[in-house]
Write a protein that binds this ligand. Structure first.
Ligand SMILES: [Zn+2]
Length: 308
């Protein structure tokens, strides 16, 4: 993870310079800032919380009942975290932090090693996929949270405008495609990020609701409810109770991609699987679904890390 401490001083410095510039400007020019220049050392920044995704959301939090183990698989030394649980079979999960194995309490270590070897092809390819994705993310220039920064929005870009304000405020100008954030003195980068994220979520909520209504009518289904999710790897879901969740991060992508996910999840109301019948329903309301599926994957991989 990038060191947020590195950027906060930049933000503070920028705000300080901005305030100074405004104070020095002749009276006819920009109104001078009524706020004193923030003390450069007064940075009160909390590091953003490290998001460690647990492999199984239903499993108990990390505790003493798990341990780190190693196993030689072919030419690889495979490291994994073993967790014991009351489930009846051995389960595998791969995420950015590695491989997690959940096994019934009665399973011997030999049983577990054999199960891993039997699944080694899947495990190694998933680990490799994760590693490549992580490497691709790290190659991208890190987002710098400063005035003029570009943010992805609906497949395009908006410009972040920062200024000093007596109270925190957020305004979006759709013509100029500018998101203006008034920041109180001493505002941290963490606070700025949270506010940008809230703004994204508010936009997502309104827009996704509209798109769901539109496509539900076309498909001839009714959904029971809708909420936003922020899962790392899923764009949407639909429960048997017909509740749809869409990932707010879809707001970064163009409308056709958002529509594809909306149409996909709505089609699950009719078919809770990915059978040919399911895809036929998707195709009825969204004929270009195959292209959208590929493009969504591509765009997701290209997305710069924003809130890490
Ligand atoms: Zn699906």
């Amino acid at each position: 993870m990038r060191n947020a401490r590195h950027f906060a001083p930049r933000l503070q410095r920028w705000l300080a310079e901005k305030a100074e510039a405004q104070q020095e400007a002749p009276p006819a020019a920009a109104p001078s800032s009524p706020f004193p220049v923030p003390a450069p050392a007064a940075v009160n920044l909390l590091r953003p919380p490290v998001q460690l995704r647990r492999p199984d959301p239903t499993s108990p939090p990390v505790s003493g009942d798990q341990d780190k183990r190693q196993l030689l698989v072919g030419e690889y030394i495979l490291e994994y975290v073993l967790k014991r649980s009351s489930r009846h079979s051995i389960g595998f999960t791969v995420d950015d932090t590695g491989l997690y194995v959940t096994a019934p309490k009665r399973c011997t270590l030999g049983d577990i090693d054999n199960a891993i070897r039997a699944k080694q092809h899947w495990i190694l390819s998933k680990l490799d996929e994760r590693r490549q994705r992580r490497a691709a993310r790290l190659e991208k220039p890190p987002m710098v949270w400063e005035d003029g920064a570009k943010l992805p929005y609906l497949g395009g870009e908006i410009t972040l405008r920062l200024y000093h304000a007596p109270r925190n405020r957020t305004e979006f100008d759709p013509t100029a495609m500018e998101l203006a954030m008034g920041l109180v003195q001493g505002a941290t980068e963490q606070l700025l990020k949270e506010r940008v994220k809230s703004w994204y979520k508010a936009q997502a909520e309104g827009l996704f609701q509209q798109r769901l209504d539109l496509y539900a009518a076309r498909l001839g289904v009714q959904y029971a409810g809708f909420s936003l999710s922020s899962a790392d790897t899923r764009w949407g879901s639909c429960t048997v109770q017909r509740t749809i969740r869409l990932n707010w991060k879809l707001i970064h992508f163009s409308l056709p991609l958002i529509d594809y996910v909306a149409a996909h999840e709505l089609a699950h109301i009719l078919e809770m699987n990915h059978s040919p019948r399911f895809w036929a329903n998707v195709g009825r309301i969204y004929p270009q679904y195959e292209e959208a599926k590929q493009l969504l994957r591509k765009r997701a991989a290209e997305l710069p890390p924003l809130f890490t």
